[in-house]
Write a protein of this length. Structure first.
Length: 266
């Protein structure tokens, strides 16, 4: 059984490549081209469908709409909610930031640094900690795709939080390889410290999967307050957001990845 699980983990990057955009849409284009010789009308239709899919898969409009349709991302915390963090037994509350990866070699820093998603989450967590006075915690190690000798997220986050944001982590969990392990390893640390309310910080597209994992691991022992990052407040799209862009494609890939994770029970 352990050998089978290891094989599945090893195949995970290949499966992701096949299921994440743009590969499925490229396969639609290939199918459409193959059908043109014998079924011209059907082939044209499939080919056009693939082209339209490719276009919209690179737009921020598609990423935003799919995020809401597939994931149902919760709204960002309001000013009143943030200000209210100081009330209701703050000594039993903590802010927990989830990791999203480390860049192992950054020549400009002469060492590892945080990937953009991790940095965005940490920035918001530090801001919430200053605004509320609550202690800050972090969870994240080396992911399943890591290599022997890779540096985990926790020590890098500790250094960045201290040196760049001027705030010290109260807890730093560095063993978790995925979202379920974030919950399984960080919650016991917080419970042992008397924490009964956790302000969970991660990106909006990741929050549904993170919420499920943490609620299952908490089993009613900890109250969760969801604090998503990068959640759009309106749908008044600019013309440029209907045009393909690297940002739109990046966001859509994250949405599809998280949706597949939900379907797979990850």
């Amino acid at each position: 059984m352990n050998a089978l699980l290891q094989v599945l983990q090893d195949l995970k990057p290949l499966v992701q490549v096949l299921l994440l955009p743009p590969v499925p849409l490229m396969l639609v284009l290939v199918l459409g081209a193959a059908l043109l010789r014998r079924h011209r009308r059907l082939g044209r239709g499939v080919f056009v469908l693939g082209l339209l899919g490719l276009w919209f898969s690179f737009t921020e409009v598609a990423a935003d709409q799919l995020q809401q349709w597939l994931l149902g991302v919760p709204a960002a915390l309001t000013t009143a909610q943030v200000d209210g963090l100081r009330h209701g037994a703050p000594q039993h509350s903590a802010i927990l930031v989830l990791g999203a990866g480390v860049l192992q070699i950054a020549p400009e820093y002469d060492g590892p640094t945080l990937k953009p998603l991790t940095l965005e989450r940490l920035r918001y967590g530090a801001w919430l900690a200053r605004r509320s006075g609550l202690p800050l915690a972090f969870s994240g190690g080396v992911g399943w795709g890591g290599r022997p000798g890779d540096i985990g997220e926790a020590p890098v986050v500790q250094a960045v939080a201290r040196d760049e944001f001027g705030i010290a982590l109260r807890w730093a969990e560095g063993r978790a390889r995925d979202t379920r392990e974030n919950a399984a390893f960080s919650l016991p640390l917080l419970l042992q410290a008397g924490i009964t309310r956790v302000v969970l910080v991660t990106h909006g597209h990741h929050m549904p999967r993170a919420e499920r994992a943490f609620r299952e691991a908490a089993a009613g022992r900890i109250e969760l307050l969801l604090a998503p990052v990068d959640v759009r407040a309106d749908t008044a799209y600019l013309p440029s957001e209907w045009v393909p862009s690297s940002e739109g494609f990046r966001r859509l890939r994250y949405v599809v990845y998280e949706w597949l994770g939900l379907l797979a029970g990850k």
